[in-house]
Design a protein around this ligand. Sequence first.
Ligand SMILES: [Zn+2]
Length: 476
Amino acid sequence: MNYETIIGLEVHVELLTKTKIYCGCSTEFGGQANTHVCPICLGLPGSLPELNKKVVEYAIKAGLALNCSITKLSRMDRKNYFYPDCPKNYQITQDELPLCRDGFIEIELEDGTKKKIGIERIHIEEDAGKLLHTAAGTLVDFNRSGVPLIEIVSKPDIRSPREATLYLEKLKSILSTLGVSDCKMEEGSLRCDGNISIRPEGTQKFGVKSEIKNMNSFKALEKALSYEYQRQVEAVNNNEKLLTETRRWDEASGVTLVMRNKEQANDYRYFPEGDMVTIKISDELIESIRKTIPEMMHEKCERFVRDYKIPEYDAGVLTLSTDMADFFESTAKLSNDAKSSSNWLMGDISRLMNEKALSVKSLKFTPNDLSELIKYINTGTISNNIGKIVIEEMFYTGKSPKEIIEEKGLIQNNDEGFIVEEVNKVLDSNQAAVENYKNGKTRITGFLVGLVLKATKGKANPQLVNKFMLEEINKR
Ligand SMILES: [Zn+2]
């Protein structure tokens, strides 16, 4: 029997506010343990939380970008549980009235079709502290306690581990572009849990689901969900009863392991947080936040194809980061040659950045410099091959193309008499190749042109070399 996979993702994202959600402590990552704390985020009795307005604004911004409707009257709730990283014994979160509801993300599948994945809700809440398990015992650091989070819960619309990855990638791209989170999975500012179940293809009833925790990278997400799908299919085929479980992905062994089952599940006893007022959101606030939403990367990608007539592939690569996209756009405008701008950025410049592990931000030259280089090539001042030497020099020294070309004497030689002479020198010393040409192997001219360019250290105008090569070889 064939089984269909049903997946829903719950993503926790740390917001990039300067201060915590219910107090004025710093949200900075790292720092000496228990230095970013106060009575509120330590949960001391009698302390009163006060909601950080910026958190609400960031959450609404995310909600609008994810096509959600915003809840005008919202409130905070207590989620009760005991754990040493949560000293109040409850987390202040949102239960029945999340800030944002009913949105979607559109993903593009491998075959090019687009698919909408629904978003059930986005709510705001506080992060817990961090337990550090050492040889001497377990320590607790409350620096993270009270760092603002949004939890984004998808609808069970995802049908494969691959789709789950595409969804998370798109979500990460949108949130990063919005600037509401740095989305660093390695630092825990973006964390993903998943619910997965299977059902026979063509049926509607949902199967027994397991919740998978600890998927800390895109790779882990896809591997964990693929493993869990296989495990559930095998269990059903062997007539084993599937249980509602919380399982943990174990990266080292590549399996999911049981953490707890339904009987051990928490009952959180949610109730309204009496220490905090109702959150009222005005239309004016929503509209003013909507105005601050920048162009999303997928929109930018489509616009680059439309406005700059570059291939979709180029646009996709150039819009992987805002810095790269901005560099491209400025260069394309200044040089009036979008395709060359894209070629240099995706080719030599990306190669050099990879070799040196540098980012676009750390480039020593500007879009203006790159556009100058493109103009020098397009006007025939230097050849494309010489351009490659210039770009390396620009990359390492930050000097302008003009300086480099003058210093190194790289200006292209367009002197026809000189080029004809160089062509004949090469033909004289390569009689065998000339014979081959006469015998019909006309492609040998490519080789001979290469020799001329080499002899002139790349400075002879390649178009002229090509032209005179054909003329001169046919005279022989
Ligand atoms: Zn605090």
